[in-house]
Each structure stands twice: as structure tokens, then as C-alpha cells.
Design a protein around this ligand. Structure first.
Ligand code: NAD
Ligand code: TYD
Length: 331
């Protein structure tokens, strides 16, 4: 199989590329990534010379270059996105451009160039907050809260329209919060782990009791691989971690693993429109054979150890673009 992965230099995309090359020898992967602040080719260092892997630096909004590069490929798996809720609150426009228009562009390329299959990497955030103890299925209504999740929901609807109108073969994957090595340290877990390592405060939003469902990134990659090979065309599949925890629980666990004091936790102003809880059912993807392998306990410990042992990876990031952004918006 010849797969175009967009956004493959980011957190999940880079793990997915490494996962596929290992699991399916002989598969070819073309990584198309704009290398925004979140794209990092160091994530792909170990496979950069693999003859089955190639890379093109390109924006998914630019049709021409991508059209030429992907000729002969079978499937596009679209990870490329602006992915951070806080940034979408401060600077929403680029979310519309990449997450909506970029998706449209890739769908058009598939339609006009006869690419056989398109997989959209979406998020549980499109269902909005599960405030009343409910768990959303693939049939639940879309009710996004932030410019990020609204852009992702818009993209999902566009993908479904290409299935209905043009009979294109598509799937949508909606995963819960991923965590693991190589996640950009603006997201909750890597920010808290790296701050704790540096004895800096951990800025916990609101009362710290918002709930997220944590999914180890390799389990997500295995789920996307399951959909790629066994997904029924036109169908949406949720991938859940089945590990819902309050943020304060995760913060305390991280501090415990690192042997640091809970006094590092600092309650700060809440995020506007902050979703209280995410909760999705993954019964449907289980029916096509996916099972989660990594418990939250094991995955979190492994993740904390990775950041402890790979300081050179995140110190560079935290002293560069990230610091500039952080100073502009938070100080
Ligand atoms: P990330 O921010 O780490 O990486 C995004 C990647 O996309 C980067 O390499 C970036 O350079 C690239 N990119 C951004 N704009 C681009 C453009 N216009 N053209 C080409 N490349 C571009 O994101 P992530 O956490 O790896 O998330 C990947 C996907 O998974 C996203 O679509 C996100 O919505 C979805 N998702 C993420 C999570 C999570 O917890 N991280 C959960 C569910 C779904
Ligand atoms: P995040 O990693 O941004 O993912 P998302 O909001 O897309 O689920 O945040 C996860 C949770 O952690 C969310 O409830 C917001 C909270 N959070 C903090 O309390 N402090 C922080 O500095 C960040 C980045 C997030």
C-alpha cells in the first residue's frame, strides 16, 4: 500500500509513520508537512533514510505541489491540523484555513486524481462537553465549543459530504486525548511534566476538575491502522482511552512519578468555553478488532520517563517559538 500521511512531522503523525513502516514492511509512505511550529523532523530521525519513506515540505492548502507529489498513491491519511485549543482562542483564523480549507483541498485532490481512500483524523472534541454523565457514540450530535473543535467538526461534515455526493471511500476517526513521547510541550501532559522537571509551576485551569479521556498514542496509531485496513467505507470510528480522569489527578500523578511536591500546582484562570468532560464509546472499533494495550498507569509512567530522558528534545522547543508564544499570551 502507498500512503500519503499529512502532518506526519507532528506528534501523532510521526508515531503513525513509524508504526506503519514497522508493522507493514513494504508499504510506502509520503509525509506532506508544512513544518509549522508543531512540526519537527527530529520526530522521524530514526526512519529518515528508510527507502520506503519520503518527505515533502508543503502546506495542505496548496493543491498543485501535492497533486504532483502524490501521483500513484492509494490513500491519504490527514493528520495535518492546527491542534491546540488555547491557540484557537487567541488566533482562530489559521484553524479555519488548515483544518477546514486544507481538508477540502485534500478531498478535491482525492476526487479529481482518483485516490482510492481518504481517512480524516478527527477528535472527540467535535461532540462537545459530556456534562451529564453521558458517553457519546458515532451517532451523537456535533456540538463543538472552541474554534478548534468547530473547525474539526466542519471538516468532518465536508468529508461525509464527499462520501454521499461523490461516493468517495472515506473514514473518519475520532480519538480522545492522546499522550506519549514527542508531544509538543504546550499540551497539558508534556507541559506539566516538563515544568515539573524544571521545578516550575503547573498552571491548572479553573478548579482542575475537568475530565479528559487519556489514550496512549501508540494505541491510537493501532486504531487508525485498524480503520485503514478494516474500516467500512463511509463510517466514523471513535477511539477512546477508556481512562477518564480529572486534570488534577493527572497533575498529582506526574508529580508523584517525578518525586516533586504538589505545591508546584498553581490554580490559574479558566480557559474560555472550557469543556468540562469528554467521553466517547469505542464499541464500534472494537467490533472490527481493535483493543487498547497500554494502561494509563503504564503509559503515563513511560511518558514521564521519556521527557525526563530526552531533555534535548523539549528544551530547544521551550526556549524558542514556544517561549515567544507563551510570553505574548500568558504573561
Ligand atoms: P500536532 O500539532 O502535534 O501536529 C500537527 C502537524 O501538522 C505538524 O507537523 C504541523 O507542521 C502539520 N501542519 C499544520 N498545518 C499544516 C498545513 N497547513 N499543511 C501541512 N501540514 C501542517 O498535532 P497532533 O497532536 O499530532 O494531532 C494530529 C491530528 O490528530 C490533528 O488533526 C488533531 O486534530 C487530531 N487529534 C489530536 C489529538 C491529541 O490529543 N493530540 C486527539 C484527537 C485528535
Ligand atoms: P489540552 O492538552 O490543551 O487538550 P484539550 O483541551 O484539547 O483537551 O488540555 C487538556 C486539559 O488540561 C484541558 O482540560 C485543559 C487543561 N489544561 C490545564 O489545566 N492547564 C494547561 O496549561 C493546559 C495546556 C491544559
Amino acid at each position: 500500500m502507498k500512503i500519503v500521511v499529512t502532518g506526519g512531522a507532528g506528534f501523532i503523525g510521526s508515531h503513525f509513520i513509524k508504526y506503519i513502516l514497522k508493522k507493514h514492511p513494504g508499504y510506502k509512505i509520503l509525509n506532506v508537512d508544512k513544518l509549522t511550529y508543531a512540526g519537527n523532523l527530529e520526530n522521524l530521525e530514526e526512519i529518515k533514510d528508510n527507502p520506503d519513506y519520503s518527505f515533502v515540505k508543503e502546506d495542505i492548502c496548496n493543491r498543485k505541489t501535492i497533486e504532483n507529489a502524490i501521483s500513484g498513491y492509494d490513500v491519504i491519511v490527514n493528520f495535518a491540523a492546527e491542534s491546540h485549543v488555547d491557540r484557537s482562542i487567541n488566533e482562530p483564523e489559521v484553524f479555519l484555513k488548515t483544518d477546514v480549507f486544507g481538508t477540502f483541498n485534500l478531498l478535491e485532490i482525492c476526487r479529481t486524481r482518483g485516490i482510492k481512500k481518504y481517512i480524516q483524523i478527527s477528535t472527540d472534541e467535535v461532540y462537545g462537553s459530556a456534562d451529564y454523565g453521558e458517553t457519546f457514540t458515532e451517532e451523537s450530535r456535533l456540538n463543538p465549543s472552541s474554534p478548534y473543535s468547530a473547525s474539526k467538526a466542519a471538516a468532518d461534515l465536508l468529508v461525509l459530504s464527499y462520501y454521499k455526493t461523490y461516493k468517495m471511500s472515506i473514514n473518519i476517526v475520532r480519538s480522545s486525548n492522546n499522550y506519549g513521547p514527542n508531544q509538543y510541550p504546550e499540551k497539558f501532559i508534556p507541559l506539566f511534566v516538563t515544568n515539573a522537571i524544571e521545578d516550575k509551576k503547573l498552571p491548572l485551569y479553573g478548579d482542575g476538575r475537568n475530565v479528559r479521556d487519556w489514550l496512549f498514542v501508540m494505541d491510537n496509531c493501532a486504531g487508525i491502522d485498524t480503520v485503514l485496513h478494516k474500516g467500512v467505507s463511509g463510517e466514523i470510528y471513535n477511539i477512546a482511552g477508556e481512562s477518564e480522569r480529572e486534570n488534577i489527578f493527572i497533575a498529582k500523578k506526574i508529580l508523584k512519578y517525578l518525586g516533586k511536591s504538589e505545591e508546584l500546582i498553581q490554580f490559574v484562570n479558566d480557559r474560555p468555553g472550557h469543556d468540562r468532560r469528554y467521553s466517547i464509546s469505542c464499541e464500534k472499533i472494537k467490533r472490527i478488532g481493535w483493543r487498547q494495550k497500554t494502561s494509563l498507569e503504564d503509559g503515563l509512567r513511560l511518558t514521564v520517563e521519556w521527557y525526563r530522558d530526552n531533555r534535548q528534545w523539549w528544551e530547544k522547543i521551550k526556549s524558542g517559538e514556544f517561549l515567544k508564544y507563551y510570553k505574548t499570551h500568558y504573561k
